[in-house]
Design a protein around this ligand. Sequence first.
Ligand SMILES: *Cc1c(COP(=O)(O)O)cnc(C)c1O
Length: 396
Amino acid sequence: MTTPPDVLDAADPLAQFRDRFVITDDVVAYLDGNSLGRLPKATAERLATFVQDEWGGRLIRGWSEGWVELPVTVGDELGAAVLGAAAGQTVIADSTSVNIYKLLHAAASVRPDRTELVIDSTSFPTDRYIVESVAASRGLDVRWIEPDLVENVTTDVLASVLSDRTAAVLLGHVDYRSATLLDLPGLTAQVHDAGAVIIWDLCHSAGAVPIDLDDNNVDFAVGCTYKYLNAGPGAPAFLYVAERHLAAATQPIAGWWSAADLFAMADRYDASPTITRMLSGTPPIGGIIAVQEGVRLVAEAGIDAIRTKSIALTDYLVERLDDAGFDIATPRDSSGRGSHVTVRHPDARWITDALIERGVIPDYREPDFIRLGLSPLTTSFAEVDAAVAVLIAVTL
Ligand SMILES: *Cc1c(COP(=O)(O)O)cnc(C)c1O
């Protein structure tokens, strides 16, 4: 017997966080926080103050009153609360796509004698496209892994492509379709044993799954802030470079913000010796402020409590979907999945439209996937229950 949703909500230690977000009545169940998280009330207030008082009131003086340091200060906050990263290795900058581009070049630059980049065919499109373009521009070869979607990249699968030619491996921590959670410690160690470096794409795990970049000796990492970190559409992404690589890692968009002295306006370029070497141009301050508010909510709730609720939510949803006989393309063992559950159905596109019409918002992914994202700070068990009822009604 499944525990009733109201009992689960009443026992949920994170339940009160839902009130910290803007919730509108027209939505019965929002199951797309893994694509675009809800708006935190604190962010709406902070952005209004920023626009009026900081931009409006302080004008150019704002740069010397804290804006210049924000990419790093918020990067450090994110590192501490979300990434398991000590200060000085994380910045908020650009988009995930641009940061993947920068980090692939940086990774290749610390393995100059190697000739191959490794990626898997189930990766998010932007990751695959950028690997191919960086490989082409540097004269490197792409080695493809073609894993089963649900099992995804295991150490067995990875072993078949690693060699003394491997420069860098790019992997998604949580698969964007199946929600498979990869073995970050094991795969990172395996890449190191082959003498290569790893880049982890944390888009679908940052803010939902505990991550220990420093403890696992991860080399590079990148991720979104508009998914489980609730920073808003197009909010800037983050990137992480392990301190040991900072001296040697070079990046391809060496703008003035990456120089050793930003305001020296020097004739000759000297790369910053710190993590700011990964910046390029003027940072989007409004967006970074939204990231800061999103990160502070995660820090307040605690990533371990968030993971506990995420598992309870996905367990509950899997059980309800199993009872109703749906085909699930997500690992059944909670230790091997992130915070969404994917249903496979030949009419997935039509069903998604029908759900949205009835106020249940999931998302559709080609060719036959309905993704149900459970965002631990905002999703209630009652919402999941309501969504399953509507899903059953429209597929009858
Ligand atoms: C969402 C997502 C992206 C998005 O990249 P943008 O540059 O923000 O568009 C990249 N990679 C993965 C794995 C994602 O899930």
